[in-house]
Design a protein around this ligand. Structure first.
Ligand SMILES: Cc1ncc(COP(=O)(O)O)c(C=O)c1O
Length: 366
């Protein structure tokens, strides 16, 4: 049997069509539905008409188009970062950073649940790789104590997508030896967390001088590709030393143009972020009032773990009856009966959120 689930077709921004039924869709990472925003779609067409599809060359040879510089400028502005370096796939910024910094660190210290791209990236650092317990500063401290005179790269997700929890970046930073650095994969936090949407760093209130922040453009920005935010020396190192960056064709031009418009749109419309925050806060408060014990995580991700297989089936049936797509997730090492990972967006209507709230109330724990 294929591990791929049946295809889903997005409709009307917050619905999917599955087996010919139109279902409310509380999943995915398109938090503001920018992937279907008319301005972003128009930018995609304009980018295609204006620039064509591809530069078909590395940026280090003849492929350095002004659309890339424009997108990088939009990102440095959005994130208040010294430099942004575009990567053609959201999985690659961590790999590109690690190739650029290979040999610079004595140890790669990874959160035990860090994203696959961080785990793969660690292999490029040319140093021993050690894991510390998930989101556990005491565990990191213990590890650091065992390593005398280390120059570690501590690697973690900024916002963990499996349960919506944020990494304790301020605690990690306080533990970091002077020559150490923090690499934060902020694929989920970027555009979402913090007063200006600058991500997990802003949420934690930490400065960026010892932190490298990586992000994807495929989630909050609804587009595609990724980026590295860091000091000019890091950008120089990427351009000189990352084989993945040097030896590949950058993002298709229409996508780069559309991503730039999406980044600028989110910056110009802070209301999108406050609306999503309000929807998520109110929804989580209602669930707590109905008897659910939800951890105090920021953001719009609401994980619900069924007690047993019967519970899983009951949730699925009840959600389908309410015309809601059941966002059931199963992964190796995860809860035995899978779990439901609901994700709210700024574009869900009050009626859609109400329908979901009603299901939660009906299935509330005794
Ligand atoms: C933490 C994290 N990093 C990187 C990625 C890769 O991003 P993309 O899907 O845009 O390639 C993902 C995607 O799911 C992610 O969750």
């Amino acid at each position: 049997m294929s591990p791929l689930p049946p295809p889903l077709q997005t409709e009307q921004r917050t619905y999917v069509r599955a087996k010919s039924r139109l279902l409310s869709y509380f999943a995915g990472c398109d938090y503001y539905r920018l992937s279907s925003h008319p301005r972003v779609l128009q930018a995609l067409r304009t980018g295609l008409d204006r620039h064509g599809l591809s530069v078909s060359a590395s940026r280090l040879t003849t492929g350095n188009h002004r659309a890339y510089g424009a997108l990088e400028a939009a990102l440095t502005e959005f994130f208040d970062a010294p430099t942004a370096t575009l990567c053609s796939l959201g999985y690659t910024p961590n790999l590109i950073v690690a190739q650029a910094l290979a040999g610079r660190f004595t140890h790669a210290l990874l959160d035990a649940r860090s994203h696959g791209s961080l785990q793969d990236a660690a292999q490029f650092l040319d140093c021993p790789i050690l894991k510390f317990p998930h989101r556990d500063p005491a565990g990191l401290a213990e590890l650091l104590q065992r390593l005398s005179r280390s120059r570690p790269l501590v690697m973690t997700d900024g916002l963990f997508s499996h349960d919506g929890s944020a990494a304790p970046l301020a605690d990690y930073l306080a533990l970091l030896p002077p020559e150490g650095r923090l690499l934060v994969d902020d694929a989920h936090g970027a555009g979402l967390l913090g007063a200006r949407g600058q991500g997990a760093l802003e949420h934690a209130g930490v400065p960026r001088d010892r932190i490298i922040q990586t992000l994807t453009l495929s989630k909050a920005f609804g587009a595609y590709g990724g980026a590295v935010l860091g000091p000019p020396e890091l950008r120089d190192a990427i351009l000189e030393r990352s084989r993945m960056f040097v030896g590949s064709t950058p993002l298709p031009l229409p996508l780069a143009h559309a991503a730039g418009v999406a980044v600028r749109h989110l910056r110009a419309h802070p209301r999108l972020r406050t609306r999503l925050q309000d929807i998520a806060d109110r929804f989580k408060a209602d669930l707590r009032a109905a008897g659910y014990s939800l951890p105090d995580h920021p953001g719009p991700i609401v994980p619900i773990v069924p007690r047993d297989a019967t519970d899983t089936r009951r949730w699925e049936q009840r959600l389908l009856k309410a015309a809601i797509h059941p966002p059931l997730i199963r992964y190796l090492g995860g809860p035995a009966n899978g779990y439901f990972r609901f994700v709210l967006s700024s574009e869900h209507t009050p009626a859609q959120v109400n329908a979901l709230r009603t299901v939660f109330r009906e299935l509330a724990p005794d």
